[in-house]
Design a protein around this ligand. Structure first.
Ligand SMILES: [Ca+2]
Ligand SMILES: [Ca+2]
Ligand SMILES: [Ca+2]
Ligand SMILES: [Ca+2]
Length: 478
């Protein structure tokens, strides 16, 4: 259970960010892996190290000072290297309601992603859809923390899992001590397995993962999946290769079901810029397969396709996931060549034992190559360049329509004295039709059960973003 759970969690790894290029590259490293479309079983033709991610924002209502959903769509095409880090930046004029001003457990959005991976030493061609409809408002108060193991409980019985009521203790180990002003948390349910997703919103210029973010880009938003990236996490031997394509849609609601305003457009009309920073993974031998996807990261495998429909094929005659360029015997299949319980495709040193009995996949420089076989274990730059892509999109906000003033009735003085009307004696009136009062609460100021909500949501489903950070799952060496 733990194994499978981690495998799935590893699909999407969102994570932390770093502003400076150098910092980013130094901190981030491995692969995260989400991905896959249903079409990728066809020809691949990956180009060495190509990295062409996209990010698109849609604001449902572009009128100033108005609650509006925002939708962020991100994609990395099949064949590209995966990202190791991704972070979105929101314009600071956007009005984001802090977690402390919203009820715990109030839904703030949804996450819908498709990630690909190769399970149990198989080629990386299994699309795994992930959907979280529970991006719930969660506490940013760090005074009470919870572990990844315990956070799925509801220890105080208030209906919210502890990940909502308490602050995950691994967040600071992954992202550092910066204080987010907003946090969302929720679980995806995959065949009974629960997988945590979080988004954390920080002040401009916050130091995240040891690096100060560029304050001019706006609010940095990072995502985490499960506890991936926690240096105290122990990688699971069943984790397999992760790869592109990767797609995700993140919707942030403008208004919650209970009427709480969660997001509003800027107060003033104008043009505002959203940004998205991607950092791709390294490919030391420049054969188009990033280090984390390449069991022979230092010897090019031009004929080998890590996404091939069949494990046995060009570049890997015995189909054991160890390409011919570094397989000691490519006619004698051995799924765990070094016998350390990490199968070849998931082993960052498939020819040198570095399992639980050793340093357990330690990778000090986060370049996807384990310390046990990295020629430069403390210098990621020597094992391939990490491509970066900073995307931005302008959104135009229009003036709010002038408030419709209710015309003040002009009271004309009576031209002539009004005569006192003569009382009219009416016969017994016919029964007045009875108009049922609205159900309690309906239409009240609180709006609690008023049925505008479904429409608001539908309209909003066109709307805002978060950040998907993918961060590769293998831990840093303690
Ligand atoms: Ca490679
Ligand atoms: Ca082989
Ligand atoms: Ca192994
Ligand atoms: Ca390394």
């Amino acid at each position: 259970m733990k194994s499978l759970q981690i495998v799935l969690m590893a699909l999407i790894a969102l994570v932390a960010a770093v502003a400076s290029k150098r910092g980013l590259l130094a901190r981030v490293g491995l692969a995260a892996a989400l991905a896959v479309s249903l079409l990728w079983m066809g020809g691949h033709g990956a180009q060495a190290g190509s990295f062409n991610p996209t990010a698109t924002w849609s604001v449902a209502n572009t009128v100033a000072d108005t609650p509006s959903d925002i939708t962020l769509d991100v994609e990395i095409p099949e064949g590209d290297v995966l990202y190791s880090l991704a972070i979105s930046f929101w314009p600071t004029d956007w009005q984001i309601t802090p977690s402390s001003e919203v009820g715990l457990g109030v839904q703030r959005g949804t996450v819908d992603a498709v990630a690909g991976m190769g399970l149990l030493n198989s080629p990386c061609n299994t699309p795994v859809p992930m959907y979280w409809d529970t991006s719930l408002n969660a506490t940013t108060d760090k005074s009470q923390t919870v572990t990844h193991e315990d956070g799925f409980e509801d220890s105080n019985g208030d209906g919210n899992i502890d990940f909502i009521d308490m602050y995950p203790d691994f967040n600071d180990r992954i992202l550092g001590p910066a204080q987010p002003f907003m946090r969302e948390a929720g679980l995806a349910d995959l065949a009974g397995m629960k997988i945590l997703s979080q988004f954390l919103y920080y002040e401009p210029g916050a130091t995240i993962a040891g690096q100060a973010q560029d304050p001019t880009l706006g609010y940095p938003v990072v995502g985490l999946v499960a506890d991936i990236g926690d240096p105290e996490d122990v990688p699971d031997p069943s984790i397999a290769a992760r790869c592109t394509p990767f797609t995700a849609t993140v919707v942030s609601f403008g208004t919650a079901e209970d009427g709480t305003v969660l997001l509003k457009t800027p107060k003033e009309a104008g043009t505002y810029t959203f940004s998205y920073l991607y950092v791709g993974q390294r490919d030391a031998d420049d054969d188009g397969h990033e280090n984390t996807l390449d069991p022979c990261p230092l010897t090019a495998d031009a004929d080998w396709d890590p996404r091939a429909a069949s494990a046995v094929g060009p570049g890997d005659a015995d189909g054991d996931g160890l390409p011919s360029s570094c397989d000691p015997d490519d006619n004698d299949p051995n799924n765990d060549e070094d016998g350390d319980e990490y199968l070849n495709r998931a082993d960052n040193c498939p020819l040198v034992a570095n399992g639980v009995a050793e340093d357990n996949q330690g990778d000090s420089d986060f370049d996807g190559i384990g310390d046990a076989c990295d020629p430069n274990p403390d210098d990621a730059e020597s094992e391939g360049e990490a491509p970066e892509s900073l995307l931005s999109q302008d959104v135009t906000i229009t003036e709010a329509a002038p408030a419709v003033e209710t015309p003040t009735p002009t009271v004309a003085p009576p031209a002539t004295p009004v005569a006192t009307p003569t009382p009219v004696v009416t016969p017994a009136a016919s029964p007045t039709p009875v108009i049922a009062p609205p159900p309690t609460g309906a239409g009240s100021a609180s709006g609690g059960s008023w049925p505008w909500w479904p429409f608001a949501v539908a309209g909003a489903a066109a709307g805002a973003a978060g950040v998907l950070l993918a961060y590769q799952g293998r831990r840093a060496k303690p």
